[in-house]
Design a protein around this ligand. Structure first.
Ligand code: SF4
Length: 334
């Protein structure tokens, strides 16, 4: 069976949060015309509370790099085009694993793969797919307008395959028929055993907490898919999968005041907004004012969230309403 059929059979989807079908993306880049193509492995992992890619680089770096090589082979087969791979890596991971990864890369001279360190100060948005392309090209690190998509017009306008570390890891497993429909979950917050766990990809949040010995004995709620942009659920809503980047953060209900928790999310977005578009740049600033006022104007806050949702240029702005609205609905219940 060829690699694309193996990926299809394994039903692999992107593990950066978007869950786009991997085989479809690979075929789009393969079909795109061009004498030069690129493969980019996103190892920027900037969402607070998500640590799975770091865990994979630390423990299974060879596998992730093997997945990149498989992508290069797939794109170059029967095509006379040059292919170069990049691993776009954050500072912390470069410091911890860069030497080891470079050694693995150097062991096989057949492939051109290079580590590219995420630029200083590029923050959360520096890990967005098209911001990565700008960063590697030496441009200002901010998202690009889409379409065109990186699959046809990516690095230096060439077809570019961008996948997350976990996706390349899974591709390597699928290629050697070892993929077992598992995924990595980061569990953190007010729990006993903070860590990254490899478990079946169809477990409910409740089962993940129980299997990892992290189901709280106190009143709690969780945030799923990242400490900043994840959805907030109460303890009666745990019969669903841990979506997006597969993280679960536990909050002890008695420990946090609503304002404190809202402020935490909003100040994150204020700090991380790249300022390129008005709805997000101004919106998060105004949200911050509302949250810090003595009496929260919820009607105005909702209007701003609608604007962010509908008019933001990229995913950072449009995701701001997710934690705030779900917290209000599922925890504050009004
Ligand atoms: S939504 Fe925010 S992060 Fe995205 S482009 Fe606009 S200002 Fe930048």
């Amino acid at each position: 069976m060829n690699i694309i059929n193996k990926i299809k059979k394994a039903n692999l989807v992107g593990r950066g949060g978007g869950c786009f079908p991997t085989a479809m993306k690979w075929e789009m880049v393969k079909k795109a015309a061009g004498n030069q193509k690129y493969v980019v492995c996103n190892a920027s992992e900037g969402e607070p509370g998500v640590k799975k890619d770091g865990y994979i680089l630390e423990n299974f770096g060879e596998r992730a790099i093997d997945g990149i090589k498989i992508a290069i082979d797939f794109l170059s087969a029967r095509n006379k085009c040059g292919i170069k791979g990049y691993i776009f890596i954050n500072h912390e991971y470069y410091k911890n694993f860069g030497k080891k990864l470079n050694k693995i890369i150097a062991n096989d001279k057949k492939y051109k793969i290079e580590l590219f360190i995420k630029p200083d100060g590029s923050g959360y948005i520096g890990g967005e797919e098209t911001s990565i392309l700008n960063a590697i090209e030496g441009k200002r690190v901010e998202p690009r307008l889409r379409p065109p998509f990186p699959t046809t017009n990516g690095l230096w306008n060439c077809p570019t395959l961008v996948n997350n570390v976990e996706t390349f890891y899974n591709v390597s497993l699928a290629a050697s028929n070892e993929y077992q429909k598992n995924r990595f979950y980061t569990v953190s917050g007010d729990c006993i055993s903070v860590g990254v766990y490899e478990l079946s990809d169809n477990l409910t949040i409740e089962k993940i907490l129980k299997k990892t010995n992290n189901y709280p004995k106190f009143d709690f709620f969780v945030q799923v898919g990242g400490d900043a942009s994840g959805e907030v659920l109460n303890s009666k809503q745990l019969d669903r999968p841990a979506s997006s980047a597969g993280s679960i953060t536990i909050y002890n209900s008695k420990k946090y005041k609503p304002k404190e928790i809202l402020r935490k999310w909003i100040s994150f977005f204020v700090n991380e907004s790249c300022g390129q578009c008005t709805p997000c740049r101004e919106g998060v600033y105004r949200l911050n004012e509302i949250i810090n006022s003595s009496d929260i104007n919820w009607k105005l806050l909702e209007e701003l969230l609608n604007n962010l949702d509908e008019a933001s240029f990229c995913g950072l702005g449009s995701v701001v309403p997710v934690p705030i609205r779900s917290y209000r609905k599922n925890i504050l219940k009004f």
